[in-house]
Design a protein around this ligand. Structure first.
Ligand SMILES: NC(=O)c1ccc[n+]([C@@H]2O[C@H](COP(=O)([O-])OP(=O)(O)OC[C@H]3O[C@@H](n4cnc5c(N)ncnc54)[C@H](O)[C@@H]3O)[C@@H](O)[C@H]2O)c1
Length: 355
């Protein structure tokens, strides 16, 4: 999907633009002719390769700013003269938020606040689109769940059929849930209080090329990386927890749709995920990886982690209607695409190392 925003001389700011979702979005924007200002502290190991890839592909259309969202002055400078802002720079892991909640708060709440203020100072009517999380809905334990051959399923039939909609009450769990949830609410309120055209996409599991998946975040890519390196996969819990997964190309279409239709969707939050058709348990993914690699994957189990939902599947129908999205990529196709990309990357790295 193309933006209805015509490529202007003004750049689009993408905080966290060297990261997984941000770099895929920046690539699509630059391919459409936009100038893209990437604001990133390169805090996540490996993301510098994403930035190099963007610069190689798009040359001057990419304007890197290596800085931290906790630095309000740097954000003020980066927001000057922009057409729109996407906000992906964040502390992204629940685990890290448990060991260092102060840093999590400073980056996710403080950084988002700094961005909103920077955009507000930069001029009227500049859209801000924010990447939020399904964790704003808590662990959903109130619905109860039962084990089925495909993993946990909610007892509530409506929920099982459609997934979690935006009508679900907010219930922040874990410092990461609180900080991202607070940022989500700030972004929405800046539409109410200051008339900033803002929009929030509450994502479940996004996967795809350029994801530096680790045990702490990005489990689809992490499982594949481990399997390709013939290393064991550690699963926290029993592996029967269910998530809806969405290919990053589909997520990027939603972010472009939000900007293209910002006058219609300003002040709204949408759930964004693969929906019931792309709901899989962790063990189902392991099975799919074994089919793709033709090898048995070694799995180790550990205790459940804080705030881990037994079942989370988004009802993304509101986003699909409002943002004009096509049917998402079927998960097996998407996982095979990521496996191909990761294999290519590994081969390239081995080639570079052997020279
Ligand atoms: N990927 C998913 O499945 C998913 C799901 C739900 C929500 N989210 C949210 O979407 C956003 C983007 O996620 P992602 O998967 O692309 O993560 P990512 O870790 O790949 O990207 C985040 C980027 O932010 C940068 N960054 C971190 N701290 C920074 C700071 N203090 N200042 C400036 N830059 C900083 C990192 O270097 C990285 O490039 C995050 O807020 C994440 O919590 C992601």
């Amino acid at each position: 999907m193309k933006t209805r925003y015509s490529p202007a001389t003004k750049p689009v700011l993408v905080t966290g633009g060297a990261g997984f979702v941000g770099c895929n979005l920046a690539d699509r924007l630059a391919s459409e002719g936009h100038r893209v200002r990437i604001f990133d502290a390169l805090a996540r190991p490996g993301v510098e390769t994403n930035l190099e890839w963007l610069c190689q592909r798009h040359g001057d259309r990419i304007e890197p700013v290596i800085a931290d969202v906790r630095d309000a002055a740097a954000l003020n400078a980066a927001a000057r003269g922009i057409a729109a802002a996407y906000h992906f720079a964040a502390q992204v892991a629940v685990t890290t938020s448990m060991t260092d909640p102060a840093q999590d708060f400073a980056i996710n709440v403080g950084g988002t606040f700094n961005l909103l203020e920077a955009v507000r100072a930069a001029g009227k009517g500049i859209p801000v689109i924010f990447a939020s999380t399904n964790k704003v809905y808590g662990d959903l334990a109130e619905f109860g769940s039962q084990l089925t051959p495909h993993g946990y399923a909610p007892l509530d039939e409506q929920l099982a059929r459609h997934g979690v909609s935006e009508a679900q009450p907010l219930d922040f769990h874990t410092p990461y849930g609180c900080s991202t949830g607070a940022a989500d609410q700030y972004v929405l309120d800046y539409a109410r209080s200051f008339g900033l055209p803002t929009c929030v996409l509450r994502m479940s599991c996004i996967y795809g090329p350029h994801q530096m998946g680790t045990e702490d975040q990005g489990w689809v890519a992490h499982f594949l990386i481990q399997a390709l390196q013939e290393r064991p996969i550690r699963i926290y819990g029993d592996g029967r927890q269910v998530r809806d997964v969405l290919h990053v190309d589909d997520a990027v279409s939603a972010y472009l749709g939000a900007l293209g239709r910002i006058s219609e969707v300003a002040g709204r939050a949408f759930n964004l995920g693969g929906g019931p058709a792309n709901a899989i348990s962790l063990l189902q993914l392991v099975g799919c990886i074994e089919e793709l690699t033709g090898r048995k994957v070694q799995v180790e189990f550990d205790d459940w982690r804080a705030g881990d939902q037994r079942y989370y599947v988004s009802d993304a129908s509101a986003a699909r209607r409002a943002l004009g999205l096509p049917r998402p990529t079927p998960w097996r196709e998407g996982v095979a695409d990521l496996a191909r990309w990761l294999s290519g990357e590994r081969a390239e790295r081995q080639l570079v190392e052997s020279v």
